[in-house]
Design a protein. Structure first.
Length: 260
């Protein structure tokens, strides 16, 4: 998946302690400056020393786990001056990766595969305004009609708090995950699944679609709190974008150290 990620690796704020020292907490503030408008910035902070499923590093000398920082996947604060920021706590030096990813509204990022095996490599990608595809028996992408796969990546913004039933009309097969929860696993017609979402919150969305032969169709609807079933609007989708304007990333520590 080709997205814009600005990474800092092994940045520890030089907090002046060794991994064996007592815990000394400091904070890092990450700021993204972008002259564009209509952007949403997200940050990922990954503890690279973490063992799978935990947020801790193993100290071979003491034979115990040492906290560096908890993993983060969060929206950065829009400061209203073309700057987006996020503050995170670091309690020990160690290897972490800080990634800043920018998103724009009204788009979904789609990867197309010349096969139904989605573990292989895609050969085409494109953005769409929403998930409303009715290809019929026509071309899906390039010259491909049948035996293709599609993966869609996006964040979805819940407008209000409540119960969300997602409904897909699909031919042939379709899977939808929201925040890693499999909501729909359907084939050949209408399928649905329900999940509770909080208003004003962004959720990770991911779709796998396979077309074997014949007519091709993938249309996604939602029904909120038992209301009317409608097409999921373009305004609910946000997708990661390529670099399209000058972006400056700065990390500032409480001890005055910074990195750009």
């Amino acid at each position: 998946m080709k997205v814009f990620k600005f990474n800092f690796i092994n940045f520890d704020c030089d907090i002046g302690v060794t991994p064996l020292s007592p815990i000394v907490s400091t904070t890092i503030t990450v700021t993204a400056t972008d002259i564009s408008t209509g952007l949403i910035y997200f940050i990922e902070v990954k503890n690279e020393w973490a063992r799978k499923g935990t947020n801790f590093a193993w100290d071979p000398v003491l034979g115990q786990e040492q906290v560096i920082t908890t993993n983060v996947n969060a929206q950065m604060t829009d400061n209203g001056n073309n700057q987006y920021s996020y503050t995170n706590s670091v309690v020990r030096p160690g290897k972490i990766t800080i990634s800043v990813i920018k998103y724009t509204g009204g788009s979904v990022f789609n990867e197309y595969y010349p096969t139904t095996d989605l573990t292989l490599t895609s050969d085409f990608s494109a953005y769409s305004l929403d998930l409303n595809f009715n290809w019929g028996t026509g071309v899906i992408y390039n010259t491909k009609l049948d035996n293709i796969g599609l993966k869609s990546y996006f964040k979805i913004l819940a407008p209000i708090t409540g119960s969300y039933t997602f409904i897909v009309n699909v031919d042939d097969s379709f899977k939808l995950w929201i925040n890693s929860i499999l909501v729909i696993n359907g084939c050949c017609g209408f399928s649905s699944g329900t999940i509770s979402l909080t208003g004003g919150t962004f959720y990770e969305g991911y779709i796998e679609y396979v077309e074997i032969s014949g007519p091709a169709l993938m249309i996604l609807y939602w029904q909120i709190n038992g209301g009317v079933q409608v097409l999921v609007p373009s305004s609910a989708f946000y997708s990661p974008q390529y670099v399209s304007s000058p972006v400056t990333i700065t990390i500032q520590c409480t001890n005055g150290q910074s990195k750009s």
